[in-house]
Design a binder for this molecule. Structure first.
Ligand code: FAD
Length: 275
């Protein structure tokens, strides 16, 4: 069973700062990490390979530093890693990103065949969750999103059954293979990497492809040129002012809470006249 996992190197969004002048992410303010959802996708691919045999390949689009994220996947247990990296990919929105990844997947399919494509549920920086379904649309394969469990894989019948998270519970879905899954964190625990994997990762050099290594690429669909998205505005998320402890007995505390609510009543005004 050949499984391809798309992985993205992202800034650690728990630490990153926003430049107040330009309103853009100051990527130098945070270390680059493997997108956490993608780590779970790689772990799941390795688990499926252990059961069904085959190979786990990871693919990323990004700058040369993204090799580090690929090496992290080798540590988790991936067999091979490809990075597509070229200035002509730069400035890509989700449409252009899914096109570039699709062209690389097309080439990998010719080289070794792919039964299953995995992506994270979303990337913690861009956060759109569009790239996985975008790739599936281009590959003309079913996208099964928000997967929390792979229930069954039938390679002879070319079928897969998964459990996916929905708003008020979960649903079980059967699909034909190949298909694309987007992976939720609940699917597994990313285990500590065994020493042989760590040693292999330390020595591993991912395979790097430029645009010229891909077949029949429409340059107009790549990078900034192929990106119709316009970012209208960007601002850091507002943090709450924190909690306030109110002293006194229950009666005094209730009185104080009421006073605070009355002071801040304009915050609760409903537009259109009601309160
Ligand atoms: P999601 O759709 O949330 O990601 C879901 C999953 O898709 C991930 O878990 C992963 O499995 C897969 N995936 C996503 N991205 C990649 C990838 N690159 N490689 C492999 N797998 C992937 N970002 C930059 O880093 N550099 C830029 O120059 C840049 N320019 C931009 C210009 C514009 C106009 C816009 C709108 C965005 C730009 N971005 C840039 C952000 C970029 O569009 C997104 O980060 C990227 O398209 C992925 O979208 P996302 O982060 O929402 O991923």
């Amino acid at each position: 069973m050949n499984i391809l996992v798309c992985i993205k190197q992202v800034p650690d969004t728990k630490i990153i700062k926003v430049n107040p002048k330009t309103n853009t992410l100051d990527r130098s303010s945070a270390p680059a990490i493997l997108n956490p959802y993608d780590a779970h996708a790689v772990e799941e691919a390795v688990r499926l390979k252990e059961i069904h045999g085959g190979k786990v390949t990871v693919l990323s689009m990004g700058p040369p530093q993204a090799k580090e994220a690929i090496k992290k996947c080798v540590e988790i247990g991936a067999d091979e890693g490809y990075l597509i990296s070229d200035r002509r990919f730069a400035g890509a929105d989700t449409l252009a990103t899914s096109y570039a990844l699709f062209k690389a997947i097309e080439k990998l399919m010719k080289l070794e065949g792919i039964d299953l494509v995995l992506c994270g549920k979303h990337a913690i920086d861009g956060d759109t969750g569009q790239v996985g379904p975008g790739i599936a649309r281009r590959m003309v394969i079913p996208p099964l999103t928000n997967v929390i469990k792979v229930e069954e894989v039938d390679l002879t019948g070319q079928k897969i059954v998964v459990r996916r998270k929905i708003e008020d519970g979960y649903e079980q879905i059967q699909s034909t293979l190949p298909c694309l899954l987007t992976i939720e964190k609940e699917i597994n625990e990313v285990a500590y990497s065994p020493l042989p994997n760590m040693l292999r990762a330390a020595r591993y050099s991912p395979i790097v492809w430029t645009v010229d290594d891909l077949d029949d690429v429409d340059i107009k669909q790549l990078g900034l040129k192929g990106s119709p998205t316009i970012v209208g505005k960007m601002w850091p998320p507002e943090k709450s002012d924190g909690a306030e402890m109110i002293a006194g007995n229950a009666k005094e505390q209730t009185k104080e809470v009421l006073n605070i609510l009355l002071e801040k009543r304009e915050l609760f005004e409903v537009k259109g006249g009601g309160k």
